[in-house]
Design a protein around this ligand. Structure first.
Ligand SMILES: C[S@@+](CC[C@H](N)C(=O)[O-])C[C@H]1O[C@@H](n2cnc3c(N)ncnc32)[C@H](O)[C@@H]1O
Length: 230
């Protein structure tokens, strides 16, 4: 994946920024807390030990939405540090509200395209776990190129993860789940813990998020995948 900023700008993005409804409270949270909790891509990778003020296991949530997973896990696991990547302003606002309300010191927000952040911000071998829960599926054939998870993306992500780290994924779209499993199973650095060609049991600790509830309401089955980094 290219590190050239011009090439990065040309890349087809996995999201479309719409003028979604933002509540006054979310707006206030963005004004009051974004500066404090957001970390942004610079010219070189960040020193995460300096940012969090300690050395600790690091978890990245990609497409955190309003932060249901990260807020819950960060409160339950103060021994870990969490990075939550999200581009949708109302979601970021809710996440910031949650961080401030919970007095959580172990979360930082990446309010930009996670691909750009992985390229310029997150150092190599920095992550113990990465989570991608209910990524936008882009189900129409003509939108397939917008899907976040492809071989190029996995190639980049695995360089930011430590050996024996874990990559957790979940989606309620069967076709997307099968596509991700095919990509993951074929990747030389990923080992499907359920066995090649199998989905994993739902991890009991994975909190139900808004998009999982939506999938269930639509009658969709939910598919989990867990990979270990070789
Ligand atoms: C369907 S939502 C799921 C949110 C949350 N994980 C959940 O389970 O409720 C997918 C989210 O991924 C975010 N997203 C998509 N592509 C992204 C990217 N390249 N960088 C950061 N966030 C992205 C979208 O803005 C959206 O909020």
């Amino acid at each position: 994946m290219s590190c050239n900023p011009a090439a990065a700008n040309r890349r087809i993005k996995s999201y479309v920024l719409r003028q979604g409804r933002i509540t006054p409270a979310q707006k206030k949270a963005l004004t009051e807390y974004l500066q404090r909790y957001a970390i942004r891509a610079g010219a070189s990778p960040l020193d995460l030990n300096e940012i969090f003020g300690r050395s600790a296991p690091r978890v990245l949530e990609i497409g955190a939405g309003s932060g249901e997973f990260t807020l819950c896990e960060a409160a339950l696991h103060p021994e870990n540090d969490y990075l939550a990547a999200e581009v949708h302003a109302p979601g970021i606002g809710r996440l910031l509200q949650g961080i401030a309300a919970g007095g959580l010191t172990n979360i930082r927000v990446i309010d930009q395209d996670v691909v750009v952040a992985l390229q310029g911000l997150i150092p190599e071998d920095a992550l113990d776990q990465a989570m991608i829960f209910f990524p936008d599926p882009w189900p129409k054939q003509r939108h397939h190129k917008r899907r976040l998870i492809n071989r190029e993306f996995l190639d980049l992500l695995v360089t930011r993860m430590r050996a024996h780290g874990r990559l957790y994924l979940a989606t309620d779209w069967q076709e997307l789940a099968e596509e991700i499993r095919t990509l993951g199973d074929a990747h030389p650095r990923l080992w499907n813990l359920a066995g090649p060609g199998y989905f994993a049991p739902r991890p009991a600790w994975r909190p139900e998020t808004r998009f999982e509830r939506r999938g269930k309401r639509l009658g969709h089955e939910v598919y989990d995948l867990v990979y270990c980094l070789r």
